[in-house]
Design a protein around this ligand. Structure first.
Ligand SMILES: Cc1cc2nc3c(=O)[nH]c(=O)nc-3n(C[C@H](O)[C@H](O)[C@H](O)COP(=O)(O)O)c2cc1C
Length: 518
């Protein structure tokens, strides 16, 4: 069965000057194999949905959810391989590709409403009913069902620029939800400014987006964030004006939920909610989002994002946080050190708390500079591990080995107290600032004798000679070089020749262990 369209749905899409099919969520899913996407055709109740996603390494497309038989996909970017695939690169090349695309602007093209797939079906006012959407309860103590794959678009009236983020929405009724804008963010600042003026803040949420749009949404970079979306897509971005406000949203989204954040302020309890660090966030006072319209494609696909639980590394949220953290850390390293090589934020730490950096130290102290830069570029970065170029930052095994063999606790540990904290870290026990720790796992600068060299299988390369004696007359040689010198395919013959030689001449060893004629 084609994933591109559900059975019986019309397949023709209106087209304009911009390709409005290439970056639709369904097109991305259609290219995933069974190793990355699980498709379930059987009917499933909303109460059973959370268990399907928990700890699941694959994205899951549920084709008959609830009494409406709705389509719902989740965990779309719960693995780095799937984000990398969206960008057309291998997982290890994701960060360089994202930073490359961020430097290459792309046009934003506004299409008319009749061209926009996401406005094929429009419901406004009393026709709006959020409780008809396939929104499930994600965690046992959550304050209600949450829309979680919701990318928010709003306009900063001060600058006229569009702000884009991701914010979860807790269903409160048929036309209102809670929204968490508690943490410092651009949206929070924009909302507070409009609430101070006594004005509601128009906002729109896309649900059902290409993975690249999610990556763009979590970036926190200056400028118009629609431009970040276009740049990261590496292609022109088709946008359409919402039907009940002037916000421009991607015209190829699956669903758009339009409305406004009520000017009344942070007045209503929202939460608890299973958070990205693997614990619950408590009930907070937050604004109300009031819905004025829901628009969608005719064959719209709803989306949920996984978050929280015991398998953080397999959640959308941790994977998205990771790439965002890596971009921010990379940017800070570009000025702090000469030759940064790789950055990896482990998804199992929520995609931010434990960060690994590989660099080539050109001068002593650069590992410390890298640690300081990473500490300060993002509040979420808490532990930083810096390694030499020979360590693969993506390998838990190699990082463990580097920690075991290149680190002295009283020499290579950097601790900084009282830095800005993210309050949901339970180890803070209520404190408002956090300690950060840096682990310098680099080999002491300039100290690379044989005892810090890594054994590799021999390659037996080198000059050829008529005999071991002739080879040693040429100069000191390692055993491997002697084997190569006589073209041996064995090695034990060199032992025998050395023994014979020893009877006639003095064979010595130098500090590197090379054989020599004395
Ligand atoms: C799936 C997902 C859900 C998120 N939900 C929230 C949220 O409810 N509240 C929040 O403050 N940040 C949330 N975030 C993080 C913000 O989207 C992120 O910090 C973003 O960069 C903020 O954008 P802004 O500063 O431009 O407003 C979420 C991130 C992801 C990946």
């Amino acid at each position: 069965m084609s994933l591109l369209h559900p059975p019986g749905a019309p397949s023709a899409q209106p087209r304009g000057a911009v390709d409005l099919d290439r970056f639709r969520l369904r097109s991305y899913l259609a290219a995933l194999g069974p190793d990355e996407l699980e498709v379930r055709d059987e009917a499933i109740d909303l109460v059973d949905v959370a268990r399907v996603f928990e700890g699941n390494p694959r994205a899951v497309l549920l084709r008959r959810v609830g009494p409406e038989g709705a389509e719902l996909v989740g965990n779309v970017v719960g693995r780095r391989t799937r984000i990398a695939r969206a960008f057309g690169v291998a997982p290890a090349d994701l960060l360089p590709e994202v930073t490359r695309r961020l430097r290459s602007p792309q046009p934003i093209i506004e299409v008319s409403r009749d061209q926009a797939p996401v406005q094929e079906v429009v419901r406004t006012g009393d026709e709006v009913d959020l409780t008809r959407l396939p929104v499930h309860v994600q965690h046992g103590y959550d304050g209600g069902p949450y829309i979680s794959a919701s990318v928010d678009y709003s306009i900063d009236r001060r600058t006229g620029l569009t702000n884009v983020g991701m914010r979860r929405l807790m269903l409160r009724g048929v036309r209102e939800t809670g929204i968490d804008v508690n943490a410092p963010s651009d949206l929070r600042a924009i909302y507070e400014a409009s609430a101070r003026r006594g004005e509601n803040l128009p906002i729109a949420f896309a649900v059902g987006s290409h993975p690249i749009d999610h990556v763009a949404a979590v970036m926190r970079l200056p400028g118009d964030e629609l431009e970040i979306l276009a740049a990261l897509r590496g292609a022109p971005l088709g946008v359409v004006k919402c039907v009940t406000n002037d916000i421009r949203v991607p015209a190829d989204s699956e669903w758009i939920i339009e409305g406004y954040l009520d000017a009344a302020g942070m007045t209503e309890p929202e939460g608890p909610y299973g958070e990205f660090l693997g614990y619950y966030g408590a009930v907070k006072k937050n604004p109300i989002f009031r819905v004025t319209a829901i628009t969608r494609r005719r064959d719209a696909l709803f989306q949920t994002s996984t978050i929280g639980g015991r398998s953080l590394g397999l959640t959308d949220t941790a994977q998205l946080n990771a790439i965002r953290t890596e971009v921010m850390v990379w940017r800070s390293l570009e000025t702090a050190v000469r030759e940064p090589l790789a950055v990896y934020a482990t998804p199992s730490s929520g995609g931010a708390y434990n960060v690994r950096i590989a660099l080539r130290q050109r001068v002593p102290g650069e590992a410390r500079n890298a640690i300081a830069a990473a500490f300060s570029c993002l509040a979420n970065v808490k532990h930083v591990f810096v390694v030499d170029p020979d360590i693969d930052v993506f390998s838990d095994e190699q990082i463990d080995w580097a920690l075991a063999t290149r680190f002295q606790g009283d020499r290579d540990l950097v601790v900084q107290s009282d830095m800005r904290a993210v309050p949901i870290d339970p180890s803070l026990e209520g404190a408002r600032t956090t300690a950060k720790a840096g682990f310098d796992l680099t080999v002491p600068f300039g100290g690379r004798g044989i005892e810090t060299m890594v054994p590799e299988p021999p390659t037996f390369e080198g000059k050829r000679f008529a005999s071991v004696r002739a080879a040693l007359e040429d100069g000191p040689k390692r055993f491997e070089e002697l084997v190569a010198a006589i073209g041996s395919r064995d090695g034990r013959d060199v032992v025998r020749e050395l023994e014979t030689l020893r009877a006639h001449a003095a064979i010595g060893r130098d500090a590197e262990g090379r054989y020599l004629l004395e």
